[in-house]
Design a binder for this molecule. Structure first.
Ligand code: NAP
Length: 341
């Protein structure tokens, strides 16, 4: 990415969180052109020192005055923090890239996966949002196919890791796994039930429709990113006892028949995707092999035997990277490349 030699003041709200930590790694790895870096969290974390590059940066409590002089503010904290601080940061003149769900459906807020709808960044009014961490890998696999053969319906079932809930849920899975092997009882905090050695068909709150909010987000966000407001989609989102990376089984119907080889070829050419599809050698995407990596992995590509125009595929990607921090950094890079900052 051309950075035109300019450097930028960056503030991160939620720097002590699990996405915040991944964000700092990615900024360093990609040599994001930083002039200054401000790490923000709650009062609880103020004074903590976080290693970055050769040195350490002290964490500050977030206030409305935290954003003076910032070019980019990345918010990866909580819905309440995003609702409060995104307008304050925008009004201070920064470009806000928000990880929460609170701004995603706002018509003034571009919801962006650069590999799919990079052009939407130009319509920004100071706040941009990244999608939910399961929506991003799904749209990245749908888009290259949709351009060749319009998608008419999608059924997506997710297998989402505890890292998607945050640092506390990761610690809880560790503790419950230990307790289970030691025959100890534990009380769940992060979820309504034990997550270790279990599956929870319940992410976010239940809506009147019977879907969960997480399922609704996947459906609504996919439509917004693909600019297909009428696209038929149905999702079931399941929390699984995996530490990092979300997986999905996607069943996709097209206007016309599309054979599995054509799907594989289209996905191989698409940016940000890696096709891992060789059942003869047990090669397919898995959360463990996707963790810590940037691409979205797709495999198990096959004709849907129940539908003449259908295909099925299996997707895995690191929810903290492409599902969150990496996508946010890529949006900033896109804006820099287009001289929007
Ligand atoms: N995890 C994912 O895969 C994923 C993917 C996409 C989007 N997101 C979104 O990213 C956000 C962060 O998720 P996470 O998984 O990193 O959570 P996390 O590990 O629980 O970390 C939360 C971070 O936010 C800070 N924070 C919370 N409330 C705050 C407030 N009122 N003001 C300032 N800072 C505040 C916390 O600071 P303290 O340490 O001081 O408490 C901490 O740094 C959420 O909005 C989530 O929906 C997450």
């Amino acid at each position: 990415m051309g950075h035109q030699g300019k450097q930028y003041n960056v503030a991160v709200v939620g720097a002590t969180g699990i996405v915040g930590a991944e964000f700092l790694k990615i900024v360093a790895e990609r040599r994001f052109p930083l002039k200054g870096l401000k790490l923000l969290a709650t009062e609880r974390s103020a004074g903590r020192r976080i290693r970055f590059g050769e040195g350490e940066v002290e964490v500050e409590a977030t206030t409305h005055a935290s954003f003076a002089g910032a070019d980019f503010v990345f918010i990866s904290a909580s819905g309440a923090a995003s609702r409060e601080y995104a307008p304050a940061a925008r009004d201070a003149g920064a470009i806000v890239i928000d990880d929460s769900s609170v701004w995603r459906q706002d018509p003034d807020v571009p919801l962006v996966v650069p590999e799919v709808n990079a052009d939407d960044v130009v319509r920004h009014k100071g706040i941009l949002a990244i999608p939910n961490c399961s929506t991003t890998p799904l749209v990245m696999c749908l888009w290259p196919l949709h351009r060749r053969n319009p998608v008419t319906r999608v059924i997506a079932d997710t297998y989402q890791s505890v890292a998607g809930t945050g640092a506390a849920a990761v610690a809880e899975l560790e503790e419950q796994s230990r307790a289970w092997t030691e025959g100890r009882e534990t009380v769940p905090h992060a979820y309504p039930h034990q997550i270790a050695f279990n599956l929870l068909p319940h992410i976010d709150t239940f809506l009147d429709s019977g879907y969960t909010k997480e399922e609704w987000k996947m459906m609504a966000e996919t439509r917004k990113i693909m600019h297909e407001p009428a696209l038929a989609l149905s999702a079931t989102c399941v929390r699984v006892p995996v530490f990092v990376s979300h997986s999905l089984a996607a069943h996709v119907e097209f206007e016309r028949p599309m054979d599995a080889d054509a799907v594989r070829d289209a996905l191989r050419e698409a940016p940000g995707l890696v096709v891992q599809d060789d059942p003869d050698v047990n090669l397919y995407p898995m959360p463990r092999s996707a963790a810590g990596r940037d691409p979205v992995y797709v495999g198990r590509i096959r004709q849907d035997m129940s539908h003449p125009n259908g295909i099925a595929m299996w997707i895995a990607s690191d929810n903290l990277r492409k599902g969150a921090a990496l996508n946010a950094v890529q949006i900033a890079e896109e804006m820099i490349a287009r001289r929007l900052v």
